[in-house]
Write a protein that binds this ligand. Structure first.
Ligand code: ADP
Length: 634
């Protein structure tokens, strides 16, 4: 009998698929089992919707077996089966509707593991087989049919015998060669692992004959008269899959502890998650989700190696291990699973057209995650702080990314160290604690809380009884520039320009001081050259002699940050302002020196500046020069 040819498109696709380089050959089993499960679904549906279909639900089963001698892996089901016409129509064309899209994607992205992610159904059997035989008998028919193919060059269909309805897929496994090892697929253990990995939640039982061992009595006795025992193995029929996934079970059935146990096993975390989020959504897209907020960041979380994403299931079959499109980027630390029957029929087909459904799910999950974190913040502060310690930085990045698109979503989730209260506070809490008259949110940037608190610029705030937030992450200032204000209160860097907090009286006094010190201030500026953009009488300092502030958009912390990026071109520089406490004896002494010895006054000015630089937590430009200046005073 002449071989029938595959439809043209299918043939090309089959070649492409078999010869493409990828690592996920193992998904063939998932695809074949998934077809078997669908076939049982169809017959089950028929049995409950039609009166004369006497099949019992409990009899439905899928079996996976292996014959190492024959080099075959066999998957059987007692589902709806196929007629000769079904075989011709379904097994003769590859991935009907989606084939063109699929082919195009494969050609455009030869390295992307598309099959591993989506699968192309039945044809994936050729990833591991050099010959595939399908024996099937459609429910209610007398004749069974045998379809056979050795790959791209076509297939045959012949009459054959089969006792009852259902399908048997016999895959003849390719010989191993120097490059590829296929023998592994002839091991029951391997197949069992694959079933557990990809098909654990298929709703029909998947049977396998597995080798079980036990210590058994041999019937003989030893010298002391005790029965002899030995290790005996035998084959046992076992159901390999767990069928009902934990996220499909009702909330009442599954305790929080069960979910946590599931998380620890599935995601291999030795710590409990800080939160479990369960979603059961119905509407435009129906899905169930079980999400977890881990307590600790994985070691590579803040590196490019970290791969975020949720596991995507469709009616019990795992479709993708880390689906990025399901998870809002700002919450990339969340782990978990999403299961949606709405994706099942099409995922292998119009896989490229799924964006809308996935986007709907992602947007819903974004709200759920945010609300859950807010709940945790309110109900269990200690746990929330642990979470924030691991992922607060990620929340801040989330604010800065995409031009602040997620700023509103995230800003209530942030915690900062309050200088006065000496604990972490939210922006809302900071504002609630503000005394009468305070209009702005003050912050100080430094490499640690202790240093931020020591900054001389804090003196004016302290005198006023105003609190400030300590910014100790590089991203903090960028974040503040993105959100700009909170609850209509502006953020103010205490090391930036004047804070405008002095009383009218103080202001007048300082203005007068500035006026009368004009010459000396100019002299200091000249002595420092372009190290500073201006020198002025400070409005912030009370007891300290000097401090360094900035004008314009770039702060000292930002300058430090840009300078710290290895290999980057020279970043923007802050415009430095030397602020001098006009009431300080040091200033008086400088003034007196200025009257009698200009050279020495210039040296003192340079020392003053160096002190301000050191207090700001930076090294002075020229250590030797500075040291010399100081020794000159001896
Ligand atoms: P998909 O399952 O995504 O539709 P496949 O290439 O895996 O694509 O299968 C093509 C078709 O072949 C199926 O839609 C189904 O009609 C038929 N088929 C495959 N396996 C079986 C089976 N075990 N029992 C009955 N029909 C099957």
């Amino acid at each position: 009998m002449a071989k029938k040819q595959f439809k043209a498109e299918s043939k090309q696709l089959l070649d492409l698929m078999i010869n493409s380089i990828y690592t996920h050959r193992e998904i063939f089993l998932r695809e074949i089992i998934s077809n078997a499960s669908d076939a049982i679904d169809k017959l089950h549906y028929k049995s409950i919707t039609e009166s004369d279909v006497p099949v019992a639900r409990e009899d439905f089963r899928i079996t996976v077996s292996v014959d190492p001698e024959e080099r075959t892996v066999i998957v059987t089901d007692n589902g709806i089966g196929m007629t000769k016409e079904d075989m011709d129509a379904n097994l003769g064309v590859i991935a009907h509707s989606g084939s063109l899209d699929f082919k195009k994607t494969m050609e455009d992205n030869p390295d992307v593991d598309i099959i591993g992610q989506f699968g192309v159904g039945f044809y994936s059997s050729f990833l591991v087989s050099d010959k595939v035989t399908v024996i099937s008998k459609a429910y209610g028919q007398d004749q069974a049919w045998k379809w056979q193919s050795e790959g791209a060059d076509g297939y045959t269909i012949k009459e054959c015998e089969k006792a009852s309805h259902g399908t048997e897929v016999i895959m003849h496994i390719k010989p191993s060669d120097d490059n590829e090892d296929y023998d592994d697929f002839l091991e029951s253990r391997t197949l069992e692992d694959l079933v557990k990995k990809y098909s654990d939640y298929v709703r029909w039982p998947i049977h396998m004959m597995l080798e079980k061992g036990a210590m058994e009595e041999t019937g003989e006795v030893d010298e002391e008269g005790n029965p002899k025992r030995e290790w005996v193995t035998h084959l046992e029929d076992a159901v390999v899959n767990s069928m009902v996934p934990i996220w499909q079970r009702s909330k009442d059935d599954v305790s929080n502890e069960d979910c946590i146990k599931f998380y620890r096993e599935k995601f291999r975390d030795y710590e409990d998650p800080v939160s479990v989020i369960r979603v059961n959504a119905e509407g435009a897209v129906s899905y169930k989700a079980m999400l977890f907020v881990p307590k600790n960041a994985p070691y590579n979380f803040y590196s490019r190696d970290f791969e975020p994403g949720l596991q995507l299931y469709s009616s019990g079959v795992m479709i993708m291990d880390k689906c990025k499109d399901l998870l809002p980027e700002c919450f990339r630390f969340v782990r978990g699973v999403v299961d949606s029957p709405d994706l099942s029929l099409n995922i292998s087909r119009e896989m490229l057209q799924h964006d809308r459904q996935l986007t709907t799910i992602r947007n819903n999950l974004e709200k759920k995650i945010k609300n859950d974190l807010l709940r945790l913040l309110e109900e269990d502060r200690e746990k929330y702080e642990e979470f924030h310690k691991s992922f607060g930085l990620q929340l801040k990045y989330g604010i800065v990314e995409d031009y602040g698109m997620k700023a509103d979503l995230l800003k209530d989730l942030l915690l900062f160290h309050s200088a006065d209260q000496d604990k972490l506070v939210t922006l809302k809490e900071y504002i609630e604690a503000m005394p009468e008259g305070q209009e702005k949110i003050y912050y100080a940037s430094a490499e640690s809380v202790a240093r931020a608190k020591q900054l001389p610029q804090t003196e004016q705030l302290k005198a006023k009884g105003y609190d400030m937030l300590c910014f100790i992450d590089d991203v903090d200032e960028f974040m503040v520039r993105t959100i700009r204000n909170y609850d209509e209160k502006e953020f103010v860097d205490i090391a930036g320009g004047d804070l405008g907090l002095e009383t009218e009286e103080e202001k007048q006094e300082l203005d007068a001081k500035e006026e009368e010190s004009k010459d000396i201030l100019e002299f200091i500026k000249e002595s420092l050259g372009d190290k500073v953009s201006s020198v002025k009488v400070s409005r912030k300092l009370k007891t300290h002699a000097v401090c360094l502030s900035t004008e314009g958009d770039v702060s000292l912390e930002m300058e430090k940050y840009f300078a710290s990026i290895p290999g980057a071109p020279e970043g923007p520089k802050a415009q430095r302002v030397l602020e001098i406490n006009a009431m300080h004896p040091a200033f008086e002494s400088l003034k007196a020196t200025y009257e009698v010895d200009r050279d020495k006054a210039a040296d003192l000015a340079r020392i003053m500046y160096a002190q301000a630089v050191l207090i700001a937590g930076m090294p002075v430009d020229d250590m030797l020069d500075y040291s010399e200046l100081v020794f000159k005073l001896f």
